[in-house]
Design a protein around this ligand. Structure first.
Ligand code: UD1
Length: 379
């Protein structure tokens, strides 16, 4: 059985990592990977393929499409044109796409048009907010897929409500947990906290990259207003996504932030910008933080698994389990609300620690996926 798995953006690499060893256990399955090049900076891509620098030692992709950044239509179209050639030449029995990025949608469309069976890892995840590009990518990819690997019972229910037949849906759990649990030792050994001269629990971490937050100056400024209040009580460390970096320059917001930490590690008063981190260094930083502020989907699930309080700077979440089972709280973009919730955590009146991880968020998701694919291939 010949599989092509498509990756393109940072979160895809995190979710591919556990799939590689799981596939290797089946001699009858051969998997090739296609990297679309949606993300291409060293810190956004190559670092995940290395081991020494905190990545996963992923095998070099079999194909690299070099699509780079562009508008949604052009980026999606470029992936489709380049990927179609590969599919026609390789004739895979199954194409696997992961998550909700533009590369996921583009490869899914190619598979469906060429009548190649399509499997989607992380199916059924919904924010019900169609202004998010990812929501469009999720809904369309799921509607095209033949095998839908849902990360939770909630995601299964979403798919059933959309009329996807039950026989196509498999609840396998959250593959990001496989990555997290299998890297816990390395995460624990990360020295980023010491290198940045931070004291555990005496700093907060911020990640911000949603277009709805950083592409609009008024909204971005509201968030900065909240950060300026929070920093008076606790230092904020911010690994900056390239999209956000560009917007900070465009809006001339550099004056609000520092790029070097103060000599006194316990002092508050700074929002410190650092480069995007490797997986283990980023998770190491989260693990020892007082709390995490984010607008990322994946970070909400990771902080829940690590038991670190998380404030999500969005009006909605596609990971409702992180609120019902975990440490996440939606705070939107209202500065007063963000500051108030951060204050509650600092006063220790907010819930902290893991409550109960959802079913199958147990580190065995990749094994379940490959077992199902193996059965499917013998149907
Ligand atoms: C993409 C995904 C988003 C995911 C995020 C994770 C879509 C629609 N969005 O958002 O779901 O949460 O990745 O990081 O697929 N850039 C660089 N270097 C890079 C990559 C991007 O400088 O290696 C800059 C480019 O100017 C680009 C911008 O960042 O235009 C945005 O990149 P893009 O891949 O379009 O979307 P993300 O915001 O990264």
């Amino acid at each position: 059985m010949k599989i092509i798995t498509v990756i393109g953006a940072r979160p895809n690499f995190v979710k591919l990592a556990p799939l590689i060893p799981a596939v290797k256990k089946y001699s009858s399955i051969k998997m090739k990977t296609v990297h679309t090049g949606q993300h291409y900076d060293y810190n956004m891509s190559k670092i995940f393929f290395e081991s020494a620098s905190g990545g996963f030692d992923l095998p070099k992709p079999d194909f690299y499409l070099k699509v780079g950044s562009d508008s949604h239509a052009r980026q999606t179209g470029r992936v489709m044109m380049a990927f179609e050639k590969i599919v026609l030449a390789e004739k895979p029995d199954l194409i696997i796409v992961i998550g909700d990025v533009n590369s996921t949608l583009a490869a899914g469309l190619v598979a469906a048009k060429l009548h190649i069976p399509l499997a989607h890892i992380e199916a059924g995840v919904r924010s019900f907010d169609r202004t998010m590009p990812e929501e469009i990518n999720r809904v369309v990819t799921d509607s095209l897929s033949d095998i839908l690997f849902a990360p939770s019972n909630h995601a299964v229910a979403n798919l059933l409500k959309e009329g996807i037949p039950r026989r196509k849906i498999f609840m396998v759990g959250n593959i990001m947990m496989d990555t997290l649990f299998s890297n816990l030792n390395r995460i624990n050994k990360s020295t980023t906290v010491q290198q940045l001269k931070l004291i555990p629990r005496k700093y907060a971490v911020l990640t911000l990259h949603r277009p709805s937050n950083v592409d609009n100056k008024i909204i971005f400024m509201r968030i900065v207003k909240a950060l300026n209040q929070i920093k008076k009580r606790i230092n904020i460390i911010w690994p900056v996504h390239p999209r956000t970096h560009q917007q900070i320059s465009r809006f001339k917001m550099e004056r609000f932030f520092s790029s070097a930490l103060s000599a006194n590690p316990s002092s508050s008063g700074a929002i410190t910008l650092i480069k995007p981190l490797s997986y283990t260094d980023c998770l190491g930083l989260f693990k020892q933080a007082a709390f995490v502020l984010t607008d990322s989907g994946g970070v909400q699930t990771e902080t829940t698994a690590l038991g670190v309080p998380c404030l999500t700077i969005r009006p909605n979440t596609e990971w409702i389990e992180t609120i019902s089972h975990g440490t996440n709280r939606l705070v939107g973009t209202n500065p007063q609300r963000i500051v108030k919730e951060a204050g509650r955590i600092l006063a220790r009146s907010a819930r902290a620690g893991r409550i109960k991880l959802p079913k199958y968020w147990d580190g065995c998701t990749a094994q379940r996926i490959v077992k199902i694919i193996h059965h499917w291939s013998r149907r």
